[in-house]
Unconditional design. Structure first.
Length: 438
């Protein structure tokens, strides 16, 4: 029985996650057999800033996942991100070689669509067919076998600076691993968290990482916009550190445990001791304090998190800091998308994913800014040891595995150049069509 091994590495600003899956003929879903997340080093806002540190961090993550899986991997799919990742839509038109459209005709049409003028510093990392038009009849997803004389394809092209994917590729290849493909974070996440109905109705996906927030917008079942802004959960942490006068490490603890703090749901101290009385006690306020001072019910005890620089903080002030940064991030996303001629407010709403999507009130602030419903997107589609990678911070790495399945992995025919596998585009077209069939 054939057993296919698929390995994905999500290279983030906060953590580097490696997931190894196995798939045989008897399985419907890939089974996770090895997983490891390590603190990220040498990566800032999604971009490699120190080759040696990034390589070591990736090595630690891959090695630990390999030990868990009991195998050694050779080919990997890697995520790519960064402020300068952009997108555009372009058309390709060809004359049909025969009266009946073949896979070769679609291949030529897509190749024609990628013949566009780009700066020498940019490289297309994805060319995704959106729809086909046969003799002016649009809305076609699967043109093969149809009769016509003119075939047109609308494609979505995601580009990234050459330095982005070359540096990531270099880090991975120094570990004697072959990079089969690099995949934009929000495109990967969309494969793991969005439903076909949402894509058909129109939906926006925002993957909020530590250093960046990536955006993908879908219309009529196809991706229409991709982009990225240089703001993420790390900015919220920095704001908390400054506003609450705590260290970055302490601010991160407060951010992660914010919902529990606000609901007085933390009952154990750093050493496991019962801290419920400390949380529920009434803070004695001296009579001489001014009436405009913070009310005692507004104070929460953060010492339960092992924070020593501050004992109590204001709930309202905590919310104010987080809401202000979330509003700024969402407004920037809104403006960035608008400049490209699109709107974040889609009929199916906005889906937030990524580790920082779990920040308290993120959906509430998002709904206020965008004016449409917001939900948290949790990844799905894998089996096996998925408990460790079931929250939104692992949407991208799960999406990488699903991208690999759609790509029909075959290491022997992969590209040696990184970025978009031009030499393998024919099989990409075939596998993409297969994914459309019921």
């Amino acid at each position: 029985m054939a057993r296919k091994i698929i390995t994905a590495i999500d290279v983030g600003s906060n953590k580097i996650t490696t997931v190894i899956t196995a798939l045989d003929d008897a399985q419907q879903l890939p089974a996770v057999i090895g997983v490891c997340s390590q603190p990220s080093r040498g990566i800032k806002k999604g971009v490699v800033v120190n080759i040696e540190e990034a390589t070591n961090a990736i090595s630690e993550s891959v090695s630990a996942a390999e030990r868990m899986a009991g195998i050694t991997v050779s080919d990997v799919f890697v995520s790519i991100n960064g402020e300068q990742v952009t997108s555009l839509n372009n058309k390709g038109v060809v004359a049909v070689s025969d009266s009946e459209i073949t896979v070769e005709d679609t291949y030529r049409a897509i190749e024609n669509a990628r013949t566009l003028s780009l700066p020498d510093t940019l490289n297309p990392i994805h060319i995704i067919p959106r729809e086909f038009v046969v003799d002016n009849q649009g809305g076609i997803k699967y043109p093969i076998g149809m009769t016509g004389s003119r075939l047109e394809v609308e494609t979505h092209i995601i580009t990234a600076p050459n330095s982005y994917w070359r540096n990531i590729k270099k880090c991975v290849e120094q570990l004697a691993l072959h990079v089969y493909d690099v995949v934009f974070v929000s495109w990967a996440s969309s494969l793991a968290v969005l439903t076909d109905t949402e894509k058909e109705l129109g939906v926006s996906l925002i993957d909020i990482g530590a250093g960046t927030s990536s955006i993908s917008i879908f219309e009529e079942g196809a991706i229409a916009y991709s982009g990225c802004i240089p703001l993420g959960g790390g900015n919220i942490t920095s704001d908390l550190a400054i506003g609450l006068q705590v260290s970055l490490e302490e601010a991160e603890k407060i951010k992660i445990n914010m919902s529990k703090l606000l609901s007085n749901n933390i009952t154990k101290g750093p050493n496991g001791e019962d801290r419920t009385p400390a949380l529920l006690r009434k803070v004695e306020v001296k009579e001489e304090k001014k009436k405009d001072e913070i009310k005692k019910d507004d104070l929460i005890d953060v010492s339960v998190l092992g924070i020593k620089s501050q004992k109590e903080i204001s709930k309202s002030f905590l919310r104010q800091i987080v809401h202000a940064r979330l509003e700024e991030m969402f407004e920037l996303i809104k403006d960035t998308v608008k400049k490209s001629g699109y709107n974040v407010a889609m009929p199916a709403g906005v889906v937030l994913t990524g580790g920082s999507a779990l920040v308290e009130d993120a959906t509430k602030v998002g709904q206020s800014v965008f004016g449409v419903p917001c939900r948290i997107g949790y990844p799905s589609g894998l089996s096996g040891m998925v408990e460790e990678i079931s929250d939104p911070s692992y949407s991208a790495v799960q999406g990488l595995i699903k991208h690999a399945l759609d790509d029909d992995v075959d290491a022997g025919s992969s590209s040696s150049e990184g970025g978009f596998s031009f030499g393998n585009i024919f099989k990409k077209v075939v596998s993409w069509f297969k994914s459309l069939l019921p």
